[in-house]
Design a protein around this ligand. Sequence first.
Ligand code: SF4
Length: 188
Amino acid sequence: MTDLQAMYYLAGRAHHGVIEACLGDKLKDDRVDAGEFQKHDIYYSPDLRMPYPWEIKTTRSMYEPKSDYEKKFEGYLNQLTQYQVMEDTDKGGLLLFYLCLKQAGQFGMKPAIRFYKVIMTKAERVAKLKWMRGTKKALDKAIETKTHDALDLCPEFMCKECLWISKCSPCKDDPKRKQYDPTESKDL
Ligand code: SF4
């Protein structure tokens, strides 16, 4: 982890902890802190289960999407929907804390909270579980063989500050990532 990544983590974790505390006593009303759970031989740890899984995220984005939520929240949804699969529930909650959102009619940027209820069909959960099992198998193999070729690439934004980029060379699988590869770009 780079120093900058550690700072990002610290900023996100600090806000995250305060938001969780504001939501009330964890032991009340069956509201349960994540903890760690295991199902289908896979470990998972949602932020909250109250009574369906929630994922809490902090974002520095200045704009909230008005459409195409699935694409814009792709990474968040990929994580949350896996908890929905594991908890076998059609509902999930995505709570976003915008640190500095520009809003119409307001001067400057202000913090704001948004909450999205995420609904999955049974068929979507079955398909996701199949993908999760495949990913677990690929991960096990990667650990055993010490090669990462069978794994999906991480979300693109992560490549920008990744310490392993020269070993990973993500532009081999995704030419759009050429810009992040120090062996390919003189700008970095
Ligand atoms: S360079 Fe590879 S390991 Fe690093 S974030 Fe990108 S895809 Fe993931």
